[in-house]
Design a protein around this ligand. Structure first.
Ligand code: UGA
Length: 464
């Protein structure tokens, strides 16, 4: 059920018209949520099929709550999507750049070509002074380069300005994170732009006021705004790799990393979030962002201070070989120099996405481990509640089934890898009746080991 929001009154406030360029998980969520906040919005993308899908009220990705909000706001008339950049340039006062900044092929730095294309394309079609605001995650210094691009490509004398406003939305919680963010950060280069950014965010602050909440606003310079985002992601990644390193130590010492994380998390200086040990972090953000930060720090001559991020990355990648070995141990297969031979082992593989409640498989640790198990000749039967289509396209060598029951039938090992609710609530006795052997690898650390052992399972968690 979507929390309905009354659009804040438009009588007394200035309501800039807004465009979001790039309608992936980020831009689409923003476009839909800002229409919900009462703004007139257009979403732009070069992918005509995607735009058609949005305009007909079908969200082309899985994100809880968003399909209902899309339909509602299309009906309100405040939201539309287009592939026509001229229409976008004519319509909006503020343009948010939300395109992807993937890792460059064969390098650690970020690929800024989508930003360049979007900015140049938009600039050429402008006919009045507007504000272009970067939201994509970028290496520090990008905003200045974007301003140069605009100066070069926009018609002369318009005075188009560039600002920056990083986003912190988590897929699977995206709608909440946009409507009710825990902070707003933005940067501009003039009083005019600063006022416009205030007007753009007013809807969020008004909603917070109605709900008796406060949303802190940090107004800063362009470089800091760019850095805030990568700093936040690098910190989160570091937290996860820290607890995963502790998981290795816990395993070696016979301790339980889940209890350990709970115990240290009660210290408010540490906090208990992002301390879930497991198969490591993935997704379209954390892995590439720490690499891009480290690469950019190197370019700016302070690479040494960021060497620890390379180790954060390595700890994370090692989770994958570690997990393959754990599965082999469970199946009673020893590992040689080339890893284990798992031929003849049927694995019920639960989870393909990079985390639950999304269909996103970008840099998914679960999917990568599934492929490694397949390379070790296991028969890997994958089930995922929402990620099957994407996973199938990416890893066609795996077997995919549409139900949990098909996946677990006659399995020699069950690998529960992504904490979807459907997996977290598995009943050890009922599941035990469907498998060939009661062996479970709990890559989510979501089960009570004693419960499973009581029902005759060989249970292996991560770091416990
Ligand atoms: C991340 C950040 O959390 C967002 O604040 C940020 O806006 C976003 O990247 C971005 O840069 O756009 P997201 O990639 O959606 O969000 O996913 P997270 O919820 O952060 O999870 C990232 C990975 O870490 C997942 O693979 C997850 O399973 C893993 N994780 C998370 C752990 O292994 N342990 C934890 O305790 C928490």
């Amino acid at each position: 059920m979507v929390n309905a929001i009354q659009p804040p009154s438009q009588n007394t406030t200035t309501r800039p018209r807004i465009s979001f360029l790039g309608c992936g998980y980020l831009g689409a969520t923003y476009a839909i949520c800002f229409a919900e906040l009462g703004y007139e919005v257009v979403g732009f993308d070069v992918d005509a099929a995607k735009i058609e899908s949005f305009n007909t009220g079908v969200l082309p990705m899985h994100e809880p709550g968003l399909p209902e909000l899309l339909k509602k706001n299309l009906e309100s008339g405040r939201l539309r999507f287009t592939t026509d950049v001229q229409a976008v340039a004519d319509f909006a006062d503020v343009h948010f750049i939300c395109v992807g900044t993937p890792q460059r092929k064969g390098e650690h730095g970020a690929d800024l070509s989508y930003i360049e294309t979007a900015v140049v394309n938009l600039s050429k079609h402008l006919s009045r002074k507007v504000l272009i605001v970067g939201k994509s995650t970028v290496p520090v210094g990008t905003a200045q380069w974007v301003q140069e691009l605009v100066d070069r490509h926009a018609p002369e004398g318009l005075g188009v300005e560039v600002g920056w406003s990083p986003e912190f939305l988590q897929e699977s919680n995206a709608m909440h994170d946009v409507l009710r963010p825990n902070r707003i950060v933005y940067a501009s280069q003039s009083e005019w732009a600063s006022q416009l950014l205030k007007d753009v965010h007013r809807g969020i602050l008004e909603l917070a006021a109605v709900e008796d909440r406060e949303v802190p606003v940090v107004e800063t310079d362009l470089a800091t705004a760019e850095l805030v985002k990568v700093a936040a992601n690098a910190f989160l990644a570091t937290k996860i790799s820290f607890i995963n390193a502790m998981a290795d130590l816990s395993e070696a010492a016979g301790a339980d990393v889940v209890d350990l994380a709970r115990a240290i998390g009660y210290d408010q200086r540490i906090g208990n979030r992002f301390l879930r040990a497991g198969i490591g972090f993935g997704g379209g953000c954390l892995p590439k962002d720490i690499r891009a930060l480290s690469a950019r720090a190197g370019e700016l001559g302070v690479g040494e201070s960021f060497r620890f991020l390379d180790e954060v990355d390595s700890v994370n990648t090692r989770r994958r070989t570690h997990t393959v070995r754990a599965v082999a141990d469970l199946a009673g297969r020893t590992s040689g120099p080339n890893g284990p031979d798992l031929s003849g082992v049927r694995i019920a593989y639960l989870g393909a996405t990079f985390k639950p409640d999304t269909d996103d498989i970008r840099d998914s640790p679960a999917l990568d481990i599934a492929r490694r198990l397949r390379s070790a000749r296991a028969d890997v039967v994958v089930y995922d509640p929402e990620g099957l289509e994407n996973a199938k396209a990416y890893a066609p060598e795996l077997s995919f089934v549409k139900t949990l029951a098909e996946a677990v039938a006659d399995a020699d090992v069950v690998c529960a890898m992504v904490p979807w609710e459907e997996f977290r609530t598995l009943d050890p006795e009922a599941l035990g009746r469907q498998v060939a052997e009661r062996r479970i690898l709990d890559g989510m650390n979501a089960f009570d080991p004693e419960q499973w052992r009581k029902h005759g399972w060989s249970y292996q968690g991560i770091g416990r």
